[in-house]
Design a protein around this ligand. Structure first.
Ligand SMILES: [Fe+2]
Ligand SMILES: [Fe+2]
Length: 193
């Protein structure tokens, strides 16, 4: 599924269920950061009109997701807390060497985004299938579909703006690296922890 090379340990859901406030807080920021990524691509690559159009729509959609998660937090009587550190994303973004041409930088950004969408989608699927809370189970099923579309879109753009064989090789190498990271994860009540 989604090209991921190591599935999340399903026991991660048991950890999450013990602290719904924590997962919703972390999740809210994941959506907000997804919107920020879309905006940063517009700022960095304004001449790529097709990308700009799609990133404009995506920023709106991700802020819509943020709003839905925020409403769930409020509905349960909580207030949005501070941003949680996403160690997974920090480690993931160490993979490609810094520098290189603008085009290379774009391809790397798109591949990171594709992978974060893919892993988020996998985590949402797991939550939708395993979480006892019916409201959250339905919520995550709907979000899973959106994130799968985003994964496909980012990968499509990476192949469009890069050289296809080179992009496919980089994608495969990134998936291997991510699977190594995932071996130590699935133990915290955060979306990628
Ligand atoms: Fe989203
Ligand atoms: Fe997304």
């Amino acid at each position: 599924m989604l090209g991921l090379k190591l599935p999340t340990d399903p026991r991660w859901v048991n950890i999450v269920e013990k602290n719904i406030e924590e997962i919703l807080t972390d999740h809210a920021y994941c959506e907000q950061k997804a919107a920020s990524t879309a905006i940063s691509l517009i700022i960095g690559f304004p001449e790529k009109s097709e990308l700009v159009k799609e990133m404009t729509a995506l920023a709106r959609e991700e802020m819509g997701h943020f709003n839905m998660v925020h409403d769930k937090i409020l509905k349960r009587g909580w207030t949005l807390g501070r941003e949680r550190k996403d160690e997974y994303v920090i480690e993931l973004m160490k993979f490609f060497p810094k520098g290189g041409s603008r085009e290379t930088h774009l391809v790397h950004k798109l591949l990171y985004a594709a992978l974060i969408e893919a892993r988020s989608c996998e985590r949402f699927r797991l939550l939708s299938e395993e979480i006892a809370d019916k409201e959250l189970s339905d919520f995550y099923r709907n979000l899973m579909v959106s994130e799968a579309n985003h994964y496909t879109m980012f990968l499509k753009f990476a192949r469009k703006y890069g050289q296809k064989e080179e992009v496919d090789q980089k994608w495969n190498d990134l998936l291997d690296y991510e699977a190594q990271l995932m071996k130590d994860l699935g133990k915290k009540e955060t979306m990628h922890g």
